[in-house]
Design a protein around this ligand. Structure first.
Ligand SMILES: Cc1cc2nc3c(=O)[nH]c(=O)nc-3n(C[C@H](O)[C@H](O)[C@H](O)COP(=O)(O)OP(=O)(O)OC[C@H]3O[C@@H](n4cnc5c(N)ncnc54)[C@H](O)[C@@H]3O)c2cc1C
Length: 335
């Protein structure tokens, strides 16, 4: 694990070490840690300007010292849990912090924390509804974790906020849309196959009008979701025309892509299960697993309601929610 001794930015050595890991044949995992006990969605609320972050990075000569508590990030945990025949290891934690919450966006920062950093500890994995094997979620405690200054990813005031909004939250939501479309497509294919072979009174169920119209609606929703997220993905490659990923306009589109694909996944998993009857409910056909799994892709990174608010922020923002000034004054975040 000697690559951990290299900095993120210094002469690009960290990238040079990590890139072969990412592009190689071995499977590794990594984690982005944002959510805190006081909330996940509020950290992603642009109106709050990252003032609610409670994990703090304090400069100390050539280092930063990080203190705080994250909940739910995954895959996360003690390093040995990620070393097996099929998994080479854990690369580390890209951790969202503030150097000073009163600075708002200028204080927001991202640090790379090695998975075996001194002062890092973890709870036992949570028990939860889905993603049982692919995502191990825990509390992460940062107890004066000391990292070199070069492990800070952002390089100037305000850049951390842009990276968090554009790349972690924004492109994270867009990637969620892709995941949800794939999930919905898989369920549609299961449903098409099942209803081809299941007969009612001598006719495949998918040739009966009730089934045929619902299958058509599933296809329509999936294809619209797919084409919309691919269109937004293309727009990401044209920042001169559409704006950078951290612009309110692009975040609105990432949020629209994710929330629409999530509504599609909800409709497709629910409808397929109904068309397949108890076979849809059994483990055998996996529809029940997809139904459990789509839910968190809809809810993480701020969730379905934040998606909708961020669409409005892109359309006619920025606006703050009522009570913001009173709250920020009480917390001594503004004079
Ligand atoms: C399986 C799983 C994996 C996860 N992986 C990660 C991970 O890798 N890294 C990580 O950092 N976190 C992760 N999370 C946490 C997840 O991102 C948060 O749970 C999510 O952002 C919502 O935060 P919360 O649970 O604190 O809910 P809350 O913030 O309490 O929100 C609850 C509800 O209120 C709404 N809401 C809250 N505040 C606002 C607001 N200001 N405006 C509008 N609506 C609002 C939300 O949309 C939500 O519907 C994971 C969670 C799960 C279950």
């Amino acid at each position: 694990m000697d690559y951990l001794n290299y900095g993120c930015c210094e002469e690009g050595r960290f990238i040079k070490r990590v890139f072969p890991i990412l592009a190689g044949d071995d499977a590794w995992t990594a984690c982005v840690a944002i959510t805190e006990p006081a909330g996940g969605a509020n950290l992603e609320d642009p109106a709050l300007q990252f003032k609610t972050i409670k994990t703090i990075a304090r400069p100390d000569v050539d280092d930063y010292v990080i203190k705080g508590h994250k909940i739910w990030p995954g895959p996360a945990g003690w390093i040995e849990r990620f070393q097996s025949e099929n998994l080479k290891g854990h690369i580390g934690y890209w951790t969202v912090v503030s150097t000073d919450p009163t600075l708002g966006e200028d204080g927001a920062a991202i640090f790379y924390i090695p998975p075996d950093a001194k002062g890092l500890s973890f709870s036992n994995p949570y028990e939860k509804m889905g993603f049982a094997w692919s995502d191990e979620n825990v509390d992460i405690y940062f107890d004066d974790v000391r990292v070199p200054k070069r492990y800070r990813i952002d390089t100037e005031p305000g850049e951390g906020a842009k990276l968090i909004k554009g790349y972690i939250m924004g492109l994270g939501r867009l990637a969620g849309a892709a995941r949800l479309v794939g999930l919905s497509q898989a369920v549609l294919e299961i449903c098409l196959d099942y209803t081809k072979h299941r007969e009612i009174a001598g006719l495949p169920t998918r040739e009966r009008s009730l089934f045929a119209t619902l299958i058509a609606e599933m296809f329509r929703a999936i294809d619209i979701s797919r084409n919309y997220y691919l269109s937004v993905t293309w727009q990401v490659t044209q920042p001169d025309t559409y704006g950078p990923p951290w612009s309110r306009e692009m975040i609105a589109k990432f949020s629209a892509a994710r929330s629409f694909a999530a509504d599609t996944a909800k409709f497709v998993t629910n409808t397929s299960m109904e068309l397949m009857g108890s076979y849809g409910y059994s483990y055998e056909f996996h529809v029940e697993k997809y139904m459990r799994d789509y839910k968190i892709v809809q809810m993480w990174l701020g969730g379905a309601h934040r998606d909708r608010l961020d669409i409005s922020q892109g359309l006619y923002g920025p606006f703050k929610w009522g009570g913001f000034e009173e709250w920020a004054k009480k917390e001594k975040l503004i004079p």
